[in-house]
Design a protein around this ligand. Structure first.
Ligand code: ATP
Length: 321
């Protein structure tokens, strides 16, 4: 029995190590809204170096994509099996080609189910395209390291995830070595500094489910502060559809303007002010790009965009004119 016991103990230690690693990895992924389903290839390159040389343009090149069937998902990503939905044979994206030049903003619009979220998932390499390529700074994402991709692309989703931890720790998930002065600066830029100053213990106040209660708009601004600390070259933003009160809305918008300024951004747009401000709008329908242009160009061509404009965008949006 002794002979058996030794190796078993060793194995269970390995398991504990793996579990510890997985738990911390998951916490990081939660911040980034990612679940890994693809592996880094041996000899992968550092994306940051390419970005420094060329600027962080994003390019989808003839991308076709079908979600993997449950039986195709490898053991390493067992958790994602639960998220794979029915109708495995359908192709979600067909021959999608467009680019987001470095420093510009492209808005993605289209009816529900058109494939907007799927595109954002390919840009953070949650999945690889079935055919075609996604590139940042000219590098195929299949060739770059996971760490450098994570450092290059920041995600802001509709639901801001906060840990049950202090404001400071929530922010430092983005950059563990950030000083308090840097945290305060990011909070100021994200238009949430005043609130944190009023909290009972300032930066050391515990927020999250059982901590200091934050409204939806406040959670979003804290998530934006975290993004500003991370300072990614590329931002993927899923604009909130839920209505905030108008004061929160204005504060969140100011925080987002700060966060997107000077960065390459791909925005799943729900607001009229966003599509008007975008350098280009890509209109998706049923997995295909059906139109692309500026707000004025697309309205003039009286296609799907013009129809969506009337039905989907918040026409009460006061910043439009
Ligand atoms: P919405 O505006 O409603 O969020 P969307 O344009 O973002 O829609 P996607 O979420 O990208 O659309 O979905 C595109 C298609 O892919 C839909 O038919 C959807 O059912 C399918 N789909 C999305 N996620 C998965 C998944 N994990 N597994 C299988 N199919 C999926």
């Amino acid at each position: 029995l002794g002979r058996l016991y030794g190796p078993l103990t060793a194995m269970s230690n390995v398991q504990v190590d793996i579990m510890t690693a997985l738990v911390s990895f998951e916490r990081v992924l939660e911040v980034l809204d990612l679940e890994p389903t693809v592996a880094e290839k041996p000899g992968a390159l550092d994306l940051r170096a390419a970005v420094t040389n060329r600027g962080a343009g994003v390019e989808l090149d003839h991308v076709t994509f079908r979600y993997p069937r449950a039986d195709e998902v490898s053991l390493a990503s067992l958790e994602s099996v639960a998220t794979v939905r029915e109708d495995p044979s359908s192709t979600t994206l067909r021959d999608v080609t467009f680019s987001v030049p470095a420093g510009s903003m492209v808005a993605l619009v289209g009816p529900s189910g058109a494939g907007k979220t799927t595109i954002s998932q390919l840009v953070v390499r949650l999945y690889d395209p079935t055919s075609g390529a996604v590139r940042i700074a000219g590098q195929d994402l299949r060739d770059v390291t996971a760490d450098s991709l994570r450092a290059t692309v920041g995600v802001v989703s509709q639901e801001a995830h906060l840990f049950h931890d202090t404001v400071a720790e929530n922010l430092r998930y983005a950059r563990p070595d950030a000083t308090d002065a840097e945290l305060h600066r990011a909070l100021g830029q994200a238009r949430i500094a005043d609130l944190v100053a009023r909290m009972p213990e300032g930066l050391d106040t515990v927020v999250g489910d059982r901590g200091y209660r934050l409204s939806g708009g406040e959670r979003q601004r804290l998530a934006i502060a975290r993004l500003l600390l991370k300072a990614p070259d590329v931002v993927v933003l899923d604009e909130a559809t839920a209505h905030l009160d108008s004061e929160s809305e204005a504060a969140v918008q100011a925080a987002l303007d700060e966060a997107l300024s000077g960065r390459t951004s791909l925005v799943i747009a729900h607001r009229l002010s966003t599509v008007r401000a975008a350098d280009s709008i890509v209109v998706l329908d049923d997995g295909e790009v059906v139109e692309q242009g500026t707000h004025a160009e697309l309205l003039a061509s009286s296609g799907l965009y013009a129809e969506l404009y009337r039905t989907q965008f918040d026409l009460d949006d006061s910043s439009s004119s």
